[in-house]
Design a protein around this ligand. Structure first.
Ligand SMILES: Cc1cc2nc3c(=O)[nH]c(=O)nc-3n(C[C@H](O)[C@H](O)[C@H](O)COP(=O)(O)O)c2cc1C
Length: 144
């Protein structure tokens, strides 16, 4: 069972992932950093950074470039099993939109979205959901 996540300098997503308590790996922030290559199935947790573009009728690019770079690696892409997205409901219909795009492009279910660093209920639902569906999602069962 592995969580792969991206989090910017504000680290909301990192706080959410830490509360889940599963093994995790972080997609690096800077291009010069050592790229992350995974070798086991994982759930991707990704914040949305489209700036609410589609609300203003503009083309939305909600997935952070670091996550696009990570998923452009074929091995990384092959191991994704589900996506969870972070965001802010102030962005209306663009709330958590990164999850829609990743789900479409990688053909995996978009299983949950949460605001900012998530609340206790979000943490509980995601923990239970991942544990209950680990086998169905093709994640190796774990004692976490
Ligand atoms: C420039 C910018 C654009 C954002 N665009 C969106 C958006 O389109 N939809 C959304 O749901 N949240 C959006 N957010 C909110 C972030 O997804 C949210 O703050 C998230 O928790 C950031 O995670 P991080 O601190 O781990 O990077 C945006 C935030 C910023 C700073």
């Amino acid at each position: 069972m592995l969580i792969v996540y991206f989090s910017s300098a504000t680290e909301n997503t990192k706080k959410f992932v830490t509360k889940l308590g599963f093994p995790s790996k972080r997609i690096p922030l800077h291009k010069a950093d050592e790229p992350l290559i995974v070798d086991e199935p994982y759930v991707l947790i990704c914040p949305t950074y489209g700036g609410g573009a589609s609300i203003m009728g503009r083309n939305s690019k909600p997935v952070p470039v670091q996550v696009i770079r990570f998923l452009n690696n074929e091995q990384n892409r092959n191991y994704i099993r589900a996506v969870i997205a972070g965001g802010n409901s102030n962005f209306g219909t663009d709330f958590g939109k990164a999850g829609d795009l990743i789900s479409q492009k990688c053909h995996v279910p978009y299983v949950y979205r949460f605001e900012l660093m998530g609340n206790d209920e979000d943490v509980e639902l995601v923990r239970e959901g991942i544990l209950a569906n680990a086998e169905a999602l093709g994640l190796s069962p774990s004692a976490a």
